[in-house]
Design a protein around this ligand. Sequence first.
Ligand code: BG6
Length: 485
Amino acid sequence: MDQKPKQMPKGFLWGAATSAYQVEGAAAEDGKKLSQMDVLNQNTGFSDASIASDHYHRYKEDIALMKECGFNAYRFSFSWSRIFPDGVGDVNPKGVAFYDDLIDELLRNGITPVPTIYHYDMPMALVEKYDGWISRQSVEDFASYGEFLILRYGDRIKNWLIINEQSIIVEFWKKKNYIPPKYHDNPQIKFQINHHMNLAQAKVSSLIHKYVKDGRAGSAIGYSPVYGLNSSPKNMLAMLNAEDLKNHFFLDIYFRGEYAPGALNYLKEHQMAPVIQEGDMEAIREGRLDFLGVNYYASKCVKYPDKEKNHLIEAKSNLTGQKGAMGAYEVMPDFYEYIKNPNADTNDWDWTIDPDGMEYLLRDIYERYRIPMMITENGIGARDMLEADGRIHDDYRIDYWKKHLKAIHRAIEMGVEVEGFLPWSFVDVLSTSNGYQKRYGLVYVNRDDESPKDLNRMKKDSFYWYQKVIESNGALLWNTDPFVR
Ligand code: BG6
């Protein structure tokens, strides 16, 4: 037996992640104009994005906490409308300076910046001008925005994540985009948006390869392995269908430069396929990506649709945090129906908790594409309690991450290249569906949906645990001493 102590490979990236509109605040400050997310988050019943976690004003304090925790990497996203308030045209010098300062402060503290160029926040000005991603003009404007970032920050950044969670943008197309009501009944639009994003991403990937020395282009996919309900042949087929449309449909583009044929033909049969112009697939092939960021929270389970449900049903989130209050499970007629997995536990918002799914997806993706990956999101949303002694005892989060990290290590032992772990989230941020009711951070932010309070930062128990995990390069995960965790 090999007695070598288990730990992560040398040079493993340890850190955490956030995104601009969820953490920065200052939504209309220093020249920034609103993004579609700033607008969509108004009047939701939860907090809006105007203050969020106030990282715009507190980034130095936040970076000091990252350093204290031992981070050597941090994933953040650029806000397009902070750099180009109107999406195109005049650049906002104060916005550019903010990211210069953020990046320099990270580097001074020995923390590698891993930025995302786009995390849902299309400038509202472009939505008003031409309906945002629905228009093909978005491709050119995104490429200009990307080119600006690459030329400005490329001397300090090698690993670029271009678009966050295209898969989720398609699944929740009206929530992750400001879609004018006249399009609401046309599901083809979501696949057209996705095609424009594929083109935009490929263009920016080519620019990274052109301008950044040793630069690598990646994307952060929202990824759920799909399990079939059982071994009934129809349910196994439903599983294959869902894998094709929910996963291969994106990754085949990124790493093979083509649409997964099964998924594309299904969309054609159902009048939902994107319009593809001459030259598009060449551009997509030229812009193939170098690595994948994996955002993994939960696996999914499917069966072949029941007769009475065999029509298009769009997914809707659980907004209350009462287990079982899922808005709706997605159905693609004659293809698959999402269901609750009867064999797995969930959190309060019905997200399956499945650490084995991490090993499964890493091995599965690696088998198919042979590409390096980093975990760019992973975490458990919970109603964390601030105790009277100022502590936050989030044992459930420690347990969640411990199991997921062990699964990552097992995948590495099986030959998968995993370069880092950047879980969600660093500080508590504005949740995309549940405001500040659902928290993910290593660091508590003292605010709620009703009031921004003092926005003070408080280290959760998971912060202290993660610090020790990082210090041991993961070895602590296998420590069986009950007093060490
Ligand atoms: C990912 C997103 O889908 O999940 C993040 O990239 C998001 O932006 C995270 O916050 C958790 O989702 P939610 O809806 O619980 O905030």
